[in-house]
Ligand binder design. Sequence first.
Ligand SMILES: NC(=O)c1ccc[n+]([C@@H]2O[C@H](COP(=O)([O-])OP(=O)(O)OC[C@H]3O[C@@H](n4cnc5c(N)ncnc54)[C@H](OP(=O)(O)O)[C@@H]3O)[C@@H](O)[C@H]2O)c1
Length: 347
Amino acid sequence: MKSETSVRIVLIGAGNLGRRFAQVITDKHDDLLKRYALDVRIVGIADSRGTAIDAAGIDGNAIAAIKSAGGSVCDVPKVGHRGMTGLQLIDAVEADILCEASPVDLDRDAEPAISHLRRAMEKGMHVSTPNKGPIVLAYRELSALAQQQGVQLQFDGTVAGGLPAISLAARDLRGATIERIESVPNLTTGFILDRLTEGAAWNVALEDARAAGALEGDGIWDLDGWDAAAKIAILAQTVLGQDVDIYDVPRKGIRDIDREWLKAASRKGLVRLLASAIRQSDGSYQLDVAPVILPHEHPLGQLTSQQMGISIETDLFGTITSVITEETPLPSAASMLRDLLAIYVEN
Ligand SMILES: NC(=O)c1ccc[n+]([C@@H]2O[C@H](COP(=O)([O-])OP(=O)(O)OC[C@H]3O[C@@H](n4cnc5c(N)ncnc54)[C@H](OP(=O)(O)O)[C@@H]3O)[C@@H](O)[C@H]2O)c1
């Protein structure tokens, strides 16, 4: 019988994704042990107010209950540490992998996430993150550090939530030349475009998106196309081998979308904010983010408001399209489990 491998997780962030991931790890513990001989536990967790540390494993369902009630992970009886930071947690705890799910912040050089990732890898830990910031701004540096330290840097949740976009493009299409990537990589803009197409006023569409949990804060990140630009920049750097500065990606969001154009366009197909990369004759890729009409026969032309997708045209495998229906953040949260299994389970 295969001997068990212990996988000790430090989790930073206990928001939409972090708390759900904590629950997944608790709920799947016995299954992961049985199927993969992996004894996976969260031994340290941080949010903005503090940490909890327990080498025996932290109950993800207790964390979810505390967070849903407005509390902090440091409120966990006996094991909570108010005021302890994520960096201090990484230093204090013996663990095998960091799962980093703090907020994306490109304005502050992807902090605090990037420091968490660096510190964990310097300590010899693998890292998984759905946080786009560090990958957009410092993929080369971080992947070099991972290589130098003999650890893995995984980030499948950074593009299109729970859809395995990076794995598909980087692993399953190996050997092929990618001619074109077209992606509808977020739910927010699709939701709003569909409401506008139905005739809703801009403010009403925004309020509906907010009520549905699809829009947060002032919406600049999504409405002005930054989120889509970050995702195509990640695909370009990590899959297509092209260095990209996100600020150089041609980017048109949906904030100023012409309502007359939208009305006419929606008769011809589905309007979506598309992030694309098209191979040029010199082998480089032209990136673009803009609202476009996807004819109904297009591989992504039938998406609903709750779906994201990616379509990849290659020389060897034809065009491969993958679509995810993401009604809650669970699939995005579970991308960290996919990352973990990519590290610990042989294909
Ligand atoms: N939501 C999605 O569907 C989705 C999909 C794919 C990728 N992502 C990415 O995944 C990451 C997490 O997203 P989310 O929706 O879970 O965000 P969120 O709900 O805002 O949660 C962020 C968590 O990080 C904690 N945090 C903030 N600053 C921190 C700090 N300095 N040190 C330690 N913890 C800190 C917050 O603490 P408090 O709880 O105390 O505020 C919160 O628990 C983001 O980078 C996001 O872009 C999200």
